[in-house]
Design a protein around this ligand. Structure first.
Ligand SMILES: [Fe+2]
Ligand SMILES: [Fe+2]
Length: 217
């Protein structure tokens, strides 16, 4: 682990970690709103209940992060613009259920958490603690999404199931490109908190392969 590059009291570290916290909180709030909207259209009671629980969890994450950012002295100006938020919202709103499960749980929840989990060991104690409850809940969300997707795929004709599975890497790549196109210098933010961007991308790719394997099993 590096020590100088991410001295938690250094200005660069605090500013970049602050930006990452704002990003995480903004994404959590968006997920909360998107899942709340989806409750009405979810296919059955079990799915409605899981989404409703997630809305509560995400609301708790937003609250925890807001409190922590205040203590940490973070500039809480949004890092995702209103237009970009609207784009994300309309993307999810228009997705059929299986595509929603894929983009929300395999991509945003599983791969997003993977990135955050890789930052935790490098973070200052306060930030680390603020991420504990959120990250543990995200595991529940991922588990729901994966199980549900697996179950839904098992009901499809084999050819359709295979085609859906084969298209998932492209869906993930498209979402990642969209996110990277938002203009945030994520590589610089991660490096400034002591992470190797390359190592982090490798970890996210490994997690992607693992979730794909799990859903296809
Ligand atoms: Fe969350
Ligand atoms: Fe979540």
């Amino acid at each position: 682990m590096k020590t100088l590059a991410h001295n938690p009291s250094a200005d660069g570290y605090r500013k970049s970690m602050g930006q990452l916290l704002v990003l995480y909180t903004q994404v959590d709030r968006l997920i909360m709103e998107i899942c709340a909207e989806r409750i009405e259209h979810a296919p059955d009671l079990a799915a409605k209940l899981a989404l409703a629980k997630q809305v509560g969890d995400e609301s708790r994450h937003v609250m925890i992060q807001h409190d922590w950012m205040q203590q940490f002295g973070t500039n809480t100006a949004p890092v995702i613009s209103d237009t970009q938020e609207a784009l994300i919202r309309s993307h999810f709103r228009e997705l059929p259920w299986l595509e929603f499960l894929t983009d929300m749980y395999l991509c945003v929840e599983a791969l997003g958490s993977e990135a955050v989990e890789n930052i935790v060991p490098l973070a200052d104690p306060g930030t680390r603690e603020s991420l504990q409850v959120p990250l543990s809940d995200e595991q529940d969300h991922v588990a729901f999404g994966m199980e549900r997707l697996k179950m839904e795929l098992a009901q499809l004709p084999a050819v359709e199931r295979e085609a859906f599975l084969a298209a998932i890497p492209q869906r993930i790549a498209m979402l990642a490109d969209t996110f990277l196109g938002f203009g945030l210098d994520v590589a610089e933010l991660f490096e400034a908190v002591g992470a190797s961007y390359e190592t982090l991308c490798d970890a996210v790719r490994r997690r992607r392969d693992a979730v794909l394997e799990q859903v296809a099993a």
